[in-house]
Design a protein around this ligand. Structure first.
Ligand code: GDP
Ligand code: IMO
Ligand code: MG
Length: 420
C-alpha cells in the first residue's frame, strides 16, 4: 500500500485542515510530517470552529489514528493547550494520538531566541510566528536538539539545562529582555502530559501500517512557497514543506508515495514578510481579505491578499509531483466584476513564465482577465450547478497546470465541499 500526501501549494493557509477533516473518513491514519505550532489548521463542522496547531486534523473522526511524525517540532505548552481545548469537546486522544520519539522539542528559550532574532532584524524580519520554529530546527541540524524520546530517559533535566544555558549565552548578544521561569513551569507540565501518550518510532509504525494495507494520509503544514529550499528564501519557514518532506518527516521511502493532493486557494494570501508578485495593495485586496476573513489562524495577523499566480502554482505542482488538485475559497471570489490570473512575469525587462531564483527582486505580474459571477456559490453541492464563469476559470487553471481539480471548496464548513 502507498501513502497519500496532502499539502499546500502556496504560502500556507490554503485550507489544509478543513480538507484533511473532510478526507479523514477515507483513511485509517493521518500523520503530520513537518512544521510545528506555527501552523494553524481550521476545521468547521456542526457549530464547532476549531484550530489545530501541532495535532493532525483527523482528530474529530473517532476511528482515525493520528500521528505526529519525526519531522514535526513540538512545544509542550501549546500541545497541552490543544489537548485541553479538545477535551472540552469530549475528544480524548490518549488512545489514538501517537507521537514520534524522534520529533524535536521547542524549548522556552527557542521562543525567546526567535523573538530576539526577529527584533534584531528590524525591517528585514521574516515575520515569523515567533513560536521558536527557526531556532529549534537550527538545533536539530546543529545536532544539539532535544527529542521526545529524551523525556522518558534519565538525565533529561540536565540535557534541558545544558541547552537552555547555551541559549542564554547566545541571548547575551541581543539587547532583549526575557523571563523564562513562568513559561518553563508550564512547559514541564506539558512534558508530563506528553508522557501519557504512546511515544512511537513512527518510521516502523507507519511502514508496518502500509504493509497491513492501512490507508494513510500525510498532512503537510505551511505551503510550498515557504519551503526552506524552494521558497522565497530567507522569507520561508525552517522545514521542507514539499512532498519530499513527508519521506524525511515520517520515515517512508519515495516509492511509497501514492497520490499527492495539492491544495490552493482560488486567489493567493501570504502572512509575514517576503515577495508576493500578485499582491493587491488596494481595495480589491481589502475585499478579498474581508470576504475571505483573511486573518492568521495562529497569530491573528491580517493576511496579504492577491490574485492567483500561475507560474508559482506550476512550480509547486512540479516540486511536489501533484497528482490531483483541490481548490478552496472559491466562494470568496463571488461578486468581483473581473477575476485576474497571473500568467507570466516581467523580470529585468524580460518576459518569463516560471518562478525564478530572483523572486526577491522587483517582478511585474502579467494578468489574464476572467469574467466574474454574482450568484452565491456557498450552498451549491454539484459541480454542474456552479456558474459557467467559475467553471471556465477552473478549467483554464486545470489546463494550464495539467492536473485535474478533483474537489472544490465553497465555504469553511465540512459540508461546503464539492467532489467532482
Ligand atoms: P490551513 O492552515 O491550510 O489549514 O488553513 P487555515 O485554517 O489557516 O486558513 C483557512 C481559512 O479559510 C480557515 O478560516 C478556514 O475555515 C477557511 N476556509 C477553508 N476553506 C474555505 C472555503 O472554501 N471558503 C471559505 N470562505 N473559507 C474557507
Ligand atoms: P499553516 O500550516 C501561513 C510563515 C510566517 C512567516 C514565515 C516563517 O497554517 O498553513 P515561522 O514561524 O515558521 O518561522 O515563520 O512562515 N508561516 C505561515 N504562514 N501559514 C502557516 O502555516 C505558516 N507557518 C509559518 O508567517 O512568514
Ligand atoms: Mg493556517
Amino acid at each position: 500500500m502507498k501513502l497519500d500526501v496532502l499539502l499546500g501549494l502556496q504560502w500556507g493557509d490554503e485550507g489544509k485542515g478543513k480538507i484533511v477533516d473532510v478526507l479523514a473518513p477515507n483513511y485509517d491514519v493521518i500523520a503530520r510530517f513537518q512544521g510545528g505550532p506555527n501552523a494553524g489548521h481550521t476545521l468547521e463542522f456542526n457549530d464547532i470552529k476549531h484550530v489545530l496547531h501541532t495535532i493532525p486534523s483527523g482528530v474529530f473522526r473517532p476511528e482515525t489514528i493520528n500521528i505526529i511524525g519525526n519531522g514535526v517540532v513540538i512545544d509542550p505548552v501549546i500541545f497541552m493547550k490543544e489537548i485541553e481545548e479538545l477535551s472540552k469537546l469530549n475528544v480524548d486522544l490518549t488512545k489514538n494520538l501517537f507521537i514520534s520519539k524522534r520529533a524535536h522539542l521547542i524549548l522556552p528559550s527557542h521562543r525567546i531566541l526567535d523573538a530576539a532574532s526577529e527584533a534584531a532584524k528590524g525591517k528585514t524580519k521574516i515575520g515569523s510566528t515567533l513560536k521558536g520554529i527557526g531556532p529549534t530546527y537550527m538545533d536539530k541540524t546543529g545536532r544539539n536538539g532535544l527529542r521526545i524520546g529524551d523525556i522518558i530517559n534519565q538525565g533529561f533535566k540536565e540535557k534541558y539545562n545544558a541547552l537552555t544555558n547555551k541559549h542564554k549565552d547566545l541571548l547575551k548578544q541581543y539587547d532583549f529582555d526575557y523571563n523564562l521561569s513562568e513559561y518553563e513551569e508550564t512547559w514541564f507540565k506539558g512534558i508530563e502530559l506528553i508522557k501519557k501518550f504512546r511515544l512511537i518510532e513512527s518510521e516502523h509504525e507507519i511502514n508496518k501500517y502500509l504493509n497491513e494495507e492501512k490507508l494513510i494520509l500525510a498532512e503537510g503544514a505551511q505551503g510550498t512557497l515557504l519551503d526552506i529550499d524552494f521558497g522565497s528564501y530567507p522569507f520561508v519557514t525552517s522545514s521542507n514543506t514539499i512532498c519530499a518532506g513527508a519521506c524525511t518527516g515520517l520515515g517512508i521511502a519515495p516509492n511509497k508515495i501514492g497520490n499527492v493532493i495539492g491544495i490552493f486557494k482560488a486567489y493567493c494570501t501570504r502572512v509575514g514578510s517576503g515577495p508576493f508578485p500578485t499582491e493587491l495593495e488596494n481595495t480589491e485586496g481589502e475585499t478579498l481579505r474581508k470576504q475571505g476573513h483573511e486573518f492568521g489562524a495562529t497569530t491573528g495577523r491580517p493576511r496579504r491578499c492577491g490574485w492567483l499566480d500561475l507560474p508559482a502554482l506550476k512550480y509547486a505542482v512540479m516540486l511536489n509531483g501533484v497528482t490531483e488538485l483541490i481548490v478552496t475559497k472559491a466562494d470568496v471570489l463571488t461578486g468581483f466584476e473581473t477575476i485576474k490570473v497571473c500568467t507570466h512575469y516581467i523580470l529585468n525587462g524580460k518576459e518569463i513564465n516560471y518562478l525564478p531564483y530572483e523572486i526577491n527582486e522587483p517582478i511585474e505580474p502579467i494578468f489574464k482577465e476572467f469574467k466574474g459571477w454574482k450568484i452565491d456559490i456557498s450552498k451549491i453541492d454539484k459541480f454542474e450547478n456552479l456558474p459557467n464563469e467559475f467553471k471556465e476559470y477552473l478549467i483554464y487553471i486545470e489546463k494550464e497546470v495539467n492536473v485535474p481539480i478533483k474537489v472544490v471548496s465553497v465555504g469553511p464548513n465540512r459540508e461546503q465541499t464539492i467532489l467532482r
